[in-house]
Design a protein around this ligand. Structure first.
Ligand code: GAR
Length: 190
């Protein structure tokens, strides 16, 4: 049995989808959702599930062991960032080597880095007149969006596509692929 923790800062559609996917899985359990925002909608979304949540602030994440201690308390084996917008600090990176993954809503290494999240990414992709975008699932290291890529999936961008239309295409790809990739990566841990 592997215990997964989800880190999320926002809407939580990925967190919700991941929790639902693993609900009946006997080998993988999502047993903690962590957020740096007490008002994040993800915390509303997970209410129907019996999963504990933990809210912390950026100082607690960066300068204390409060978050790491919580991960240890819940015997977490693997961490998934699902729309989490802060950097993971060294104490957690060191405790979870190659056991933290993130999803990014573009084809890295393009359109990554600090400030590149959510709709900002889709606006930049459309402005750059790209003809395709997609999702990148990658390991997390000390730099934004630079860890080794595990998986990418693409979608095409039509000439009249708006950032909102692109966001919807990316959302579909995330829903389709993210839980399956988590399952594959976690299966290789054992
Ligand atoms: C997702 O599209 C995810 O790829 C993106 O934030 C969104 C969160 O949506 N992540 C980043 O931009 C990370 N740089 P959600 O809260 O509905 O899952």
């Amino acid at each position: 049995m592997s215990n997964i923790a989800l880190f999320a800062s926002g809407n939580g559609t990925n967190a919700d989808n991941i929790i639902r996917y693993f609900q009946k899985n006997i080998d993988i359990k999502v047993n903690l959702v962590l957020s740096n925002k007490a008002e994040a909608y993800v915390l509303e979304r997970i209410k129907p599930y019996t999963i504990d949540s933990f809210v912390f602030n950026s100082n607690e994440l960066r300068n204390t062991n409060i978050v790491l201690d919580k991960l240890r308390e819940y015997k977490i084996d693997f961490i998934v960032l699902a729309g989490f917008l802060l950097m993971i600090p060294e104490n957690i990176l060191n405790a979870f080597p190659n056991k933290i993954i993130n999803i990014h809503p573009a084809l890295l290494p393009k359109f990554g880095g600090k400030g590149m999240h959510g709709m900002h990414v889709h606006h930049s992709v459309i402005e750059a007149k790209e003809t395709e975008s997609g999702i990148s699932i990658h390991y997390v290291n000390a730099k934004y969006d630079e860890g080794n890529i595990i998986f990418q999936a693409k979608c095409s961008i039509l000439p009249n596509d708006t950032p909102e239309i692109l966001a919807n295409k990316i959302h579909q790809l995330e829903q389709q692929h993210f839980p399956k990739i988590i399952e594959q990566v976690v299966a290789k841990l054992k």
